[in-house]
Design a protein around this ligand. Structure first.
Ligand code: WTA
Length: 654
């Protein structure tokens, strides 16, 4: 591997290689006719209703769609339970012995859970939650590592109609507290610890710190993963051990029959302000979307495939493509707790080989790391079980795509580059592996039943080849139903920029063949290793430090992470810049938000480059951080600031 630097947009768009599906793959594909796709685009409501009908409903819906823009109701009047889709119906169909999860802990401990095991575990957990007084509509916050109990807890909440909200267990106590507070949760379910790169990582202390500031929390249910290694103080009135509460419960628990539009979960994601948005998803439409896309995009054959999505359940990818989509389809999955480079750089390939994984879904940032680690790691393992590969989270540079195809997919596996968002709930733009000619770097075309368009600054749709903003023209079942507690922000963020259309916040280009190339965010949101972070969130965290007067944060391109935050900081009068202080500020952000937000670098400056009207020119700061020639300075109030910063950059990188 010579160069893993993500190519600029222009280079990316000169990509002309096309890969047609093989005739063998097409012949067996779940979708191999363009006619079906065309019909779905025309009669999209019928298309989605036909897929919803494949779920198990207690009562069929009265109407497919009620669209009071921008508020949608899908399958209203229908009743169903999400955990029943994922568990009971498979067990009732005689598939109780099928493995749901091959789980592998980072230290190498393993567990195998069948659909029957998962159903029993979910029922016990649900009964335990009821014993703690959790009722339909109550909010439960989950802060757990990748253990099967996380999937169980998610499904147990959905079984009794409690609204769950998973917070990625890398977030700080402050971030956790803010989320618990926003949703006024009654219960936190957590683990005491997890394993990361050979060490035990204490989670309970983070939870203790957060919960102390959350009066709405009545109990903390603690699953033991670290055991004696963790000595976090516990509150005997508040904390309940998983083994004490759950193990003794009955493994029968009648599911709550939920309205299709009852809230299933809230998941927080960064927006353009300092305050994360609680994205709301409901039951019937979300499940329809997750179920359909899993089956068609991954060409899933539940009876024979072993599917592995390497995401964490703390992100939307894990919700839709580790829990609900694959489980509603009755898939057999691999779930892995730890880091991809522990104990060796080949851990993933060892697992693919060991479990005979046939479908593998990961992120471009991971693929770039694999490239850097070297070809010999995948080459050391038998990867011939693989038949399809996927990527998600950020644009994939063609070099990484080609490497993935060659070194992981043996140039046989189709690659599905899937574009979607926390808000969309499921995959929106993607190849269909049996029919689409893939192009490295392009997510190709909208999924059946979805219409993606490109609009210019004035909201005019661009036909044919061209570039602009990505928008979706009509509602879809798994779309967000709002932002928790803030309908105005929901309307403003997504539906006011181009009235009547969903504004995704991404730039996009369409080529002559009609393929879409998602170029990245057009707002102040950066994408760090496939995870969204807002510049505002990091800026407010820096400014909260007692030495800082003002801060500007930008996302600079980074050859592994895609983007990485860099902070430009003005110190308070009596403070002196130093390397120690820079380290302290980086660590401060990591404690305030979470390790993934830790700035790559901090620059101290007496001034920030501003326009004459006082707006910070982040574009110029990005040029500094990336060591580029500084762009157009004409609107800048004082250019000497940039000269000093550039000198500083040159000195650091000399
Ligand atoms: C980006 C992750 C290009 C995009 C499922 C989007 C992508 C944001 C792709 C959503 C892709 C995701 N190609 N960009 N295949 N997939 N993105 O909410 O900027 O964590 O708006 O959802 O990731 O990130 P989120």
């Amino acid at each position: 591997m010579t160069d893993s630097t993500p190519k600029t947009i222009d280079t990316l768009l000169t990509e002309t290689r096309q890969f047609a599906p093989s005739s063998e793959f097409s012949a067996q594909a779940n979708i191999n006719s363009q006619d079906i796709v065309d019909a779905a685009h025309t009669d999209w409501q019928d298309w989605w209703a036909s897929w919803a009908a494949k779920l198990t409903w207690d009562k069929k819906w009265d109407r497919v769609l009620e669209w009071d823009s921008p508020f949608a109701k899908w399958f209203d009047g229908g009743k169903l339970n999400a955990s029943v889709q994922c568990l009971d119906r498979h067990v009732e169909a005689g598939l109780g012995d099928r493995v749901a999860y091959f789980w592998e802990g980072e230290p190498g401990d393993t567990r195998e859970l069948t659909y029957q095991d998962m159903l029993d575990g979910v029922c016990k957990t649900a009964n335990g939650l009821r014993e703690l007084g959790i009722e339909k509509g109550d909010r439960v916050t989950l802060y757990m590592p990748m253990v099967p109990e996380l999937a169980m807890a998610v499904l147990a909440c959905s079984r009794i109609g409690a609204i769950f909200s998973v917070v990625f267990a890398g977030f700080s106590a402050t971030s956790l507290k803010d989320r618990i507070h926003d949703q006024q949760a009654k219960l936190v379910i957590c683990a005491d610890a997890t394993w990361r790169r050979g060490s035990i990582l204490d989670l309970k202390t983070v939870v203790n710190e957060a919960v102390e500031q959350c009066p709405s929390i009545e109990n903390v249910l603690v699953y033991t993963r670290g055991g004696d290694c963790v000595s976090a103080a516990s509150d005997i009135n508040r904390d309940v051990a998983w083994a004490d509460l759950i193990d003794k419960q009955s493994d029968v628990c009648a599911p709550e029959s939920m309205d299709a539009e009852d809230v299933l979960f809230i998941l927080y994601t960064s927006g353009t302000t300092g305050q994360p948005k609680g994205i709301v998803h409901t039951t019937g439409g979300y499940l329809t979307g997750a179920y359909t896309t899993t089956q068609l995009v991954f060409d899933l054959k539940p009876e024979s495939d072993v599917y592995w999505c390497t995401a964490d359940i703390g992100w939307i990818t894990g919700h839709s493509y580790i829990v609900f989509g694959p489980m509603a389809n009755g898939a057999t999955q691999v779930m892995y707790e730890g880091a991809p480079n522990h104990p060796g750089l080949d851990r993933f390939w060892e697992l693919v080989d060991k479990y005979q994984v046939s479908i593998f879904y990961t992120a471009p940032t991971a693929i770039r790391a694999f490239m850097k680690w070297g070809d010999k790691h995948p080459a050391a393992h038998d990867l011939s079980s693989l038949r399809l590969l996927g990527t998600v989270g950020e644009p994939i540079n063609p070099e990484a795509w080609i490497w993935y195809s060659k070194h992981i997919g043996n140039e046989i596996c189709p690659i599905v580059d899937t574009w979607w968002q926390t808000e969309t709930g499921g995959i929106m733009i993607t190849p269909l592996p049996g029919i689409t000619h893939t192009v490295p770097g392009s997510a190709t075309k909208a999924f059946p039943g979805i219409e993606a368009v490109i609009v210019d600054d004035d909201g005019n749709e661009i036909e044919g080849a061209g570039a602009g903003y990505l928008a979706l023209t009509h509602p879809w079942p798994s779309m967000l139903r709002g932002i928790w507690g803030d309908n105005e922000r929901y309307k403003d963020t997504y539906w006011s920029r181009f009235p009547g259309k969903y504004f995704a916040g991404d730039g996009v280009k369409r080529d002559e063949d009609g393929n879409l190339w998602v170029l990245g965010r057009v707002d102040d949101v950066m994408n760090v290793s496939g995870h969204r972070l807002s510049t505002m969130e990091i800026e407010s965290s820096l400014v909260a430090h007692p030495s800082v007067a003002e801060a500007a944060v930008i996302g600079m391109s980074h050859d592994l992470k895609g983007q990485a935050p860099v902070g430009f900081v003005i110190l308070l009068g009596d403070q002196q810049p130093s390397d120690e202080l820079a380290q302290e500020l980086r660590a401060f952000v990591a404690t305030e938000i979470g390790a993934l937000a830790r700035p790559e670098a901090i620059y101290f400056t007496p001034e920030l480059p501003k326009t004459r009207s006082g707006k910070i020119m982040r574009r110029l700061l990005r040029d500094v951080a990336e060591g580029k020639e500084i762009g157009d300075l004409t609107t800048l109030a004082d250019s000497s600031v940039l000269e000093a910063l550039t000198a500083e950059y040159n000195q650091r990188n000399a």
